[in-house]
Design a protein around this ligand. Structure first.
Ligand code: DP6
Length: 366
């Protein structure tokens, strides 16, 4: 597939007004996307667990514009209102406007309609949980449902591919939030069908242990992100270790194939924790440099290592570009690991705040 395959052919149907609604999950990368080329092309392939509890619910109301209303739209503008948790949210509008501009050629009907976008998250807004993956994928899916009204013969496979393709243009990691439980994005020589343009369900054998993996997210720092992802990805441009890092992600994906097939948790832990620490190492060694972990992040990591050794369990951690910690463990160790989290780790979260999540099957049409 190339970009051209996502340009629409003639629409066979019409619809003047209606509503579509999707609930789309967040995802947590195991092999990280960090660094990109123009047009939201990743510098290296990545793979993530699709989550289920952390999600965005988006309704899209559409109403065809009459000629007079269309002529009132100034150049390059779109007609839409945005409501976040029931309130108008003007600060989100520029991001949506940019998204619409990027996807205009793939969805030429965007300028023909007035949209009312109503969106809400299942997780607290300022929790430090990135909402761009679930938010952009939910909106992309709503727009695809609208396009499907115009092209009713569209296959499910194409629908999901194009939804992922569009979501990527909103936020890279959003393209991994359409399906589940493991999604791979980015061209890799040894992964058949992999593409820089969209994410796809991991195409090889996945051991059942990974189908209901637990992710307890510890909210260590609820503040605004210290480094936006745009700034973060840009740090990889002139980074002294960029090439080694991109090569490492390819190698990790190769190793992952047997790990995922066999359910080899010891090797899984080695790769996942190394990826998290490498991501932070990249930020510590860029110009400018950043330390995004907090003392409590390190305290949690050390306690996980001590507990893992003492308990013979398979608990491990991963990190996003921030101080919060995702604690990953198989379901059959849930009782003992969650007791450890409650007894030893919640004291390092702001007001003991945490979210109990697990792998999921992807977005749902409501
Ligand atoms: C550290 O997808 O937020 O979470 O494409 O600029 O929107 P943009 O970036 P974004 O980057 C996510 C980076 C990460 C790792 C990952 O999810 O793979």
């Amino acid at each position: 597939m190339t970009e051209k395959d996502f340009l629409p052919s003639e629409y066979t149907s019409q619809k003047d007004t209606g509503t579509v609604r999707w609930k789309s999950p967040s995802n947590i990368a195991l092999i990280k996307y960090w660094g990109k080329k123009p047009h939201q092309i990743p510098a290296n392939p990545s793979i993530s667990f699709t989550l289920s509890a952390c999600a965005t619910d988006t309704s899209l109301y559409f109403q065809k514009l009459d000629t007079a209303s269309k002529s009132h739209l100034s150049d390059g503008k779109y007609s839409f209102d945005l409501f976040f948790e029931g309130e108008p949210k003007h600060s989100f509008k520029p991001k949506i406007e940019t998204f619409f501009q990027r996807i205009q050629i793939y969805l030429p009907f965007l300028r023909e309609y007035h949209f009312r976008i109503e969106t809400s998250n299942s997780f607290p807004h300022s929790s430090g949980i990135a909402s761009s993956a679930s938010g952009m994928s939910a909106l992309a899916l709503c727009l695809m449902s609208l396009e499907k009204e115009f092209s009713p013969d569209m296959t499910r496979e194409f629908f999901n591919q194009k939804a992922s393709f569009l979501a990527r243009l909103g936020s890279g990691s959003a393209c991994r939030s359409i399906e589940g439980p493991l999604v791979q994005w980015g061209a890799h020589l040894n992964i058949s069908g992999s593409s820089d343009l969209y994410g796809m369900p991991y195409p090889y054998k996945i051991h059942p242990i990974f189908e209901n993996f637990q992710d307890t997210i510890l909210l260590v720092d609820e503040g605004q992100k210290q480094v936006s992802s745009t700034v973060g990805h840009d740090l990889m441009y002139d980074h002294p270790f960029a090439e080694q890092r991109f090569a490492q992600a390819h190698t990790h994906l190769d190793t992952f194939q047997a790990v995922l097939a066999d359910g080899n948790l010891d090797e899984f832990i080695k790769i996942v924790e190394s990826e998290a620490l490498t991501l932070h190492a990249m930020m510590m060694t860029s110009h400018p440099y950043f330390v995004l972990m907090k003392p409590n992040t390190l305290e949690i990591i050390n306690r996980i290592w001590t507990f893992r050794k003492a308990s013979n369990t398979h608990v491990c951690f991963t990190l996003d570009a921030g101080a919060n910690v995702h604690i990953l463990y198989p379901e059959n160790e849930k009782k003992i690991v969650y007791a450890f989290i409650e007894n030893e780790l919640l004291q390092f979260c702001q007001n003991e705040k945490h979210i109990c999540d697990r792998t999921g099957q992807g977005a749902k049409k409501l």
